[in-house]
Structure formats: C-alpha cells, structure tokens
Ligand binder design. Structure first.
Ligand SMILES: C[S@@+](CC[C@H](N)C(=O)[O-])C[C@H]1O[C@@H](n2cnc3c(N)ncnc32)[C@H](O)[C@@H]1O
Length: 283
C-alpha cells in the first residue's frame, strides 16, 4: 500500500493513524476474499480508466483505488478522518433528502458506506451504487451481503454512466468531488441532471470549500491531488450551472458541507416546495 517514497500522508496522517489501525484484522479481510475473481465480476470488457483517475496515488496509496489494499484500508482509515464522527457526517446526506425516493443512485459509492445508509433509510427503494474501482465494489458488495441488503453494484464512470435518463429520484455523491478535477465534477452534475426525473434531488456531501481555503495545511496532509482546485470553487454554483434549482449549501460541522439541488420543471429555474414531498428540514 506504500508508494516507495515518503509522502506527506506517510509522515503526518499516516503515522498518526498507524497505531489506531488493526493491521491483523485488515490482513484477515484481505486474505478472506479472492480479489481477482470477485473484481472480475464487476470489470467491464475493454474498460479504459480516465487518466485523471489512474494516474494518481490518492492518499499516498500506489495505484489509487485500483487495488485490493485500497479497498481493505478505506473504511478503517475513513472512520478517523471524518470528524467529529463518520456516521454523523454521513447522516448529513439523509437529512438533506426531502422526498421518499423510490430509485436511488450513489455515484462514486466506494465501499458503499453511504449507499448502505440510504438503503437502510429507504428500504423500499431500488438502490444502485456505481464506482470506477472494481475492488471498492467488491468490498461494498460484501458489506451489503453481510447486512442482507439488496443493492445493485456497478462499475461505471459517474460523468458518463450509460444509465437511462429520467430514471432516478435521488442521486447522492459523498466524498467524490474533492477527488475529481473540477471540470469532471461539473460533467458529473450534468449527468445527474440527465439521470434525474423532474423534481428529483441531488445531494453532495464533501469537504467544506470555504474552510479548506482558510486551512491550506489541511489540504496538504490529506494527499489529495485535486483538493486545492476543489477548494477554490463552489459546488452550489456548479449545480446551478448544470440546471438545478433551489440549490442550498449548508456547513456540516466546520470541515464538511452538504449541497442539495432539485431538477426543476423544464423552463423554470425554481420549483415550488410543495412539489417535493414534505420531509426533513434542510437549514
Ligand atoms: C473518497 S472515495 C468516496 C467513496 C464513498 N462515496 C464514501 O463516501 O466513502 C471516492 C470514490 O470515488 C470513486 N471515483 C472517483 N472518480 C470516479 C468517477 N469518475 N466515476 C465513478 N467513481 C469514481 C473512487 O473509485 C472512490 O471509490
């Protein structure tokens, strides 16, 4: 899992987290799964990974997400890097949803932590989790199977999913945009607009852009190749430019933010609140 060079991640966060990680449990998890065979189930023939994705060592991990080590270490590490509490942070997605979605898509679902949360909260909904990494999907599928949750896991590219237009009520994206170049994030939001039915919601949970701008050291220790560009921009503006209406961003603890938008009736740049079902207040 190391890059061979000492990265900022290794020197700072990596060494701080190391004593907290149960390496033996991670090793057992790694050995329990036939990674190549299970990843092959997700791999699509002739699939070409985008350059911005395969060329980067996210969090100092060689090969980024395209290896089993990344999939095994993701959850044990993530629990410590989402203060004040990972579960609470992810609940921010659920709190933002105002409808009772029947078809949910989680883009860049990774090991499925938010996808599972959505399925638990909306058990009747058909839930799809899509990610570029077959290894992250293997992990996600194991988690869902362990809980007896029926989720459709697919390998795919969030900016060009190949899924049917107007076919989802809710699309969530958690912790994705700080890892995609801004131009790609904008493309992904345009794809969300295409995939959602009128009145459908998009919810983005990620790093708080204003807070990140004020704490450049935080961006450095995380070893994220696109986070500095991400911090200079505004997810709410991207959503509006993609066509979404009633766009709101709220700070979720000081380091995270949740942005929500609605696909409006064609020709209208706003949508009456009554047209989405009553639900949790997003303020
Ligand atoms: C930081 S992880 C977030 C995973 C998960 N959403 C979560 O909340 O823990 C980013 C994930 O996005 C995936 N990813 C990055 N770019 C993608 C893209 N263009 N399309 C689909 N998945 C992508 C990565 O493979 C990785 O699993």
């Amino acid at each position: 899992m190391a890059t061979g060079q000492t990265t900022l991640w290794d020197r700072f966060l990596g060494s701080m987290l190391d004593p907290l990680l149960d390496r033996e449990a991670m090793k057992r998890q790694f050995e329990r799964i036939d990674w190549q065979m299970e990843a092959d189930r997700f791999r699509r023939p002739g699939w070409v990974y985008p350059e911005y994705y395969r060329s980067q060592n996210f969090h100092g991990i060689e090969g980024g997400y395209l290896n089993a080590g990344a999939a095994v270490s993701y959850d044990p590490i993530t629990q410590y890097v989402l203060p004040p509490n990972e579960g609470w942070v992810r609940e921010g997605v659920i709190e933002a949803v105002r409808s009772q979605p029947r078809r949910i898509l989680d883009l860049g679902c990774g090991t499925g932590s938010t996808t599972l949360l959505l399925k638990r909260r909306f058990p009747e909904a058909k839930v799809v989790g899509l990610d570029l990494s077959p290894y992250m999907l293997v992990m996600a599928r194991h988690k869902a199977t362990g809980e007896g949750l029926q989720i459709d896991w697919r390998q795919g590219m969030a900016e060009d999913t190949g899924l049917e237009e107007n076919s989802f009520d809710l699309i969530s994206l958690s912790l994705l945009f700080h890892e995609t170049p801004p131009a790609v994030s904008q493309e992904i939001l345009r794809e969300c607009f295409r995939l959602l039915r009128v009145g459908g919601e998009v919810v983005v949970l990620d790093g708080n852009q204003a807070s990140l701008r004020q704490t450049p050291w935080l961006m450095e220790v995380f070893e994220e190749p696109y986070i500095a560009e991400y911090a200079q921009e505004d997810v709410g503006d991207w959503m509006r430019q993609a066509g979404f209406a009633t766009v709101e961003t709220r700070t979720h603890w000081w380091i995270h933010q949740v942005t929500r938008g609605v696909k409006p009736i064609p020709g209208q740049e706003w949508i009456e609140e009554e047209s989405v079902s009553e639900g949790m207040v997003f303020a």
